[in-house]
Design a protein around this ligand. Structure first.
Ligand code: GLA
Length: 683
């Protein structure tokens, strides 16, 4: 995609969001309480066999490195970086873990071809030429990749030469340098049919006689999953990833819908990894890596390993997770369920087992549960289950369950196993989540420890600890001599929130410990979220003057009494819709969700909503107001051309009001949205 000064997040996950929005628009209209219709399942095409003529390339998803996500066109992208990565692949065990390709992205060439029409490596970045770098990479037993565009110029603003009309000469030059992998982008394509452009380069690569993995990068614009398997080994399915949770998770959801198209030698490509680049937490990066593996996605490291933190190496070299990605059956995981942001994705494996991802999209811990049968395993008395991040084994009679932290993923490998009962029992540790309360109050929370396996859990003990100053008192037994298979230790706790606690979510930690038959101690700790609200004053209050319970925003922070502006806090302008300025309100950017505590004491929320004038002639969004689990109001699509629209939502009796802005199904670019004059009436 084009790289203008980055004012906006890249479009991601159009398909997924479109599906959600379709349901919303159908139910649009103020005061409509209908729930969003579930997205219709994608039609399942016949599973294609690996197409002939691919020289057996990429029978498992390609693994390696590409500089783009960490350097873009900056100066540090040069020969010493590329050689340094190749060195680290060997020294740090990445080569042994399966990482093979060291790939250059855009900006390696000079803007002009030479007099003979040949591409010229940038002498500042690559003083010894590209062939020398390829030789170095090969000398390490690795493979080498390069980039160009199926257009007249590449995607960088500077515009390096593209291969349209030069396919055979450029492919020859790449082969002469020893290139093993070509990423072929889509910019400046002059409107020439995509299939035609990508076919010409396929033929040009074939004519070189050198096996070259062919990565088709047209961002999912022409449904490449339907035709690119005939041409190359992988095809991008979405716009560019960026190093943020919203980008990564929306790309993931779009790519999940394409599972039936993946096969050995032909892979859906949800773009390169961001692990190690610093814009997400380690929990989020583990989700990124787990889900890319369950989706059989190419694993191209996108961080500068010379400076990446140790935690990135720990994630990227988890060989049990890599084995899921590289499983020779070559299936992409399929979505089993996704209610409430509790995703269950199951990938069939060559050994008859399944890799099962329990992914929590929500911003608070949730228990996610499925069964061996639901994920596609045969009926059996019991199953062996291996946790691929904890590296531990357990047995289960069929329930697969875990409390998963916000934005986290538990990844297990499950298989029917006659020896299942000999494994330590799987133990499910959870508590009622999402208790909403106020400072000074005491709430009752019940925790549960359940033996899911085929043998007893011995000496079971459970503890709940709160943040500094919180009082937590057990009201029933906190230990059991033994839990028989199927048995549960349920414990009631009284949790007192200290006076003066400000609004927001707080995590307590529930720790359970038990001994297995072999005498080993097993400890698990899971978060339990308590939501602390501060009551609103009686009368009519501007919500931008109150502290939210939680807020999430697609671009920069939610702004009070300002538009969202750029990604820094406080950088917006006055809230303005259709030329009308408002003193109060929230400036947000889709996808956005802001929650306030009402404590059952408020009757209505009102606002004037619209796309902020700072979006110019772009941007379209949809607004929704949720009263606890009920949609109390929704607008349908609102565009930059619409004047401020009055919203009135009945929130009587609700504990929490949630203000949601979606992208209305067309991507999030320029979706600067305002909840202008946002007010609540309380008693
Ligand atoms: C496009 C691609 C990116 C990257 C850049 C380089 O945006 O989708 O992955 O290759 O071009 O300019």
């Amino acid at each position: 995609m084009r790289h203008l000064a980055m004012r906006e997040p890249r479009i991601t996950g159009r398909r997924a969001l479109a599906a959600v929005a379709a349901g919303l628009i159908a139910a649009a209209g103020l005061g409509v309480n209908a729930q969003a219709a579930p997205a219709a399942p994608a039609p399942v095409p016949a599973r294609p066999a690996a197409a002939p003529g691919h020289q057996g390339l990429a029978l498992t998803p390609p693994m390696g490195f590409n500089n783009w996500n960490s350097t873009h066109c900056r100066d540090e992208f040069d020969e010493s970086m590329v050689k340094g990565i190749a060195d680290l692949f060997v020294e740090r065990g990445l080569k042994d873990a399966g990482y093979e390709y060291v790939n250059l992205d855009d900006c390696w060439a000079l803007p002009e071809r030479d007099a003979d029409g040949r591409l010229v490596p940038d002498p500042k970045r690559f003083p010894n030429g590209i062939g020398a770098v390829a030789d170095y990479v090969h000398s390490k037993g690795l493979k080498f990749g390069i980039y160009t565009s199926a257009g007249t110029k590449t995607c960088s603003d500077i515009g390096f030469p593209g291969a349209l009309g030069h396919e055979y000469g450029d492919a020859r030059q790449f082969a002469d340098w020893g290139v093993d992998y070509l990423k072929y982008d889509n910019c400046n394509n002059q409107g020439v049919d995509a299939k035609q452009r990508y076919t010409t380069m396929r033929d040009a690569l074939a004519a070189t006689g050198r096996p070259i993995v062919y990565s088709i990068c047209e961002w999912g614009q022409n449904k490449p999953w339907e035709w690119a398997g005939e041409l190359g080994q992988l095809w991008r399915t979405t716009g560019d990833i960026s190093d943020s949770w919203s980008s990564m998770s929306s790309i993931m959801k779009a790519n999940l819908a394409l599972a039936p198209y993946a096969h050995p030698g032909g892979w859906n490509d949800p773009d390169m990894l961001e692990v190690g680049n610093g814009g997400m937490t380690d929990t989020e990066y583990r989700t990124h890596f787990s889900m890319w593996s369950v989706m059989a996605a190419p694993l191209l490291i996108g961080s500068d390993l010379r400076t990446a933190p140790e935690s990135a190496f720990d994630i990227l070299t988890n060989d049990e997770v890599i084995a899921v990605d590289q499983d020779p059956l070559g299936r992409q995981g399929e979505v089993v369920s996704s209610e409430g942001g509790r995703w269950v994705v199951s990938k069939e494996l060559a050994d008859g087992g399944r890799a099962v991802a329990l992914f929590n999209e929500g911003s608070r811990a949730q228990r996610i549960e499925t069964t061996a049968r639901a994920v596609g395993l045969p009926q059996a008395r019991g199953y062996a289950m291996r946790d691929l991040w904890k590296h531990s084994d357990a047995g289960t009679t069929g329930t697969i369950a875990a409390t998963v932290p916000a934005h986290g993923t538990v990844l297990v490998r499950v298989a029917a196993d006659r020896k299942w009962a000999q494994y330590p029992p799987a133990v499910d540790v959870s508590a009622d989540g999402d208790t909403v309360t106020e400072a000074g109050r005491t709430e009752r929370i019940t925790s549960r420890v359940t033996d899911l396996g085929g043998s007893a859990a011995h000496s079971v003990r459970v503890a709940l600890t709160g943040p500094e100053g919180w009082r937590v008192t057990p009201r029933s037994a906190t230990s059991a001599r033994a839990l028989e298979p199927g048995g549960t230790l349920a414990t009631d706790w009284d949790v007192t929130v200290p006076e003066g606690t400000s609004a927001g979510d707080r995590d307590l930690t529930l720790t359970a410990r038990h001994r297995t038959r072999s005498g080993a101690w097993v400890t698990s700790a899971v978060p339990v979220t308590v939501r602390v609200g501060v009551p609103l004053p009686a009368g009519r209050t501007a919500l931008s003057d109150a502290g939210p319970l939680s807020s999430s925003n697609g671009w920069g922070p939610v702004e009070r009494d300002r538009s969202v502006g750029e990604s820094q806090a406080g950088d917006g302008g006055p809230i303005t819709v259709g030329g009308r300025e408002f003193a109060k309100g929230l400036g947000v950017h889709a996808p956005s969700s802001v929650e306030y505590y009402l404590g059952g004491a408020c009757s209505e929320v009102t606002a004037q909503v619209g796309v902020d004038d700072e979006s110019g002639d772009r941007g379209s969004v949809a607004f929704e107001v949720w009263a606890d689990g009920t949609r109390a109001a929704s607008t349908g699509t609102v565009t930059h051309a619409d004047p401020a629209l009055a919203v009135l939502a009945d929130v009587s009796g609700a504990d929490v009001v949630r203000l949601v802005v979606t992208d209305a199904g067309d991507g999030v670019d320029y979706d600067h949205a305002d909840w202008a004059d946002l007010r609540v009436t309380c008693v």
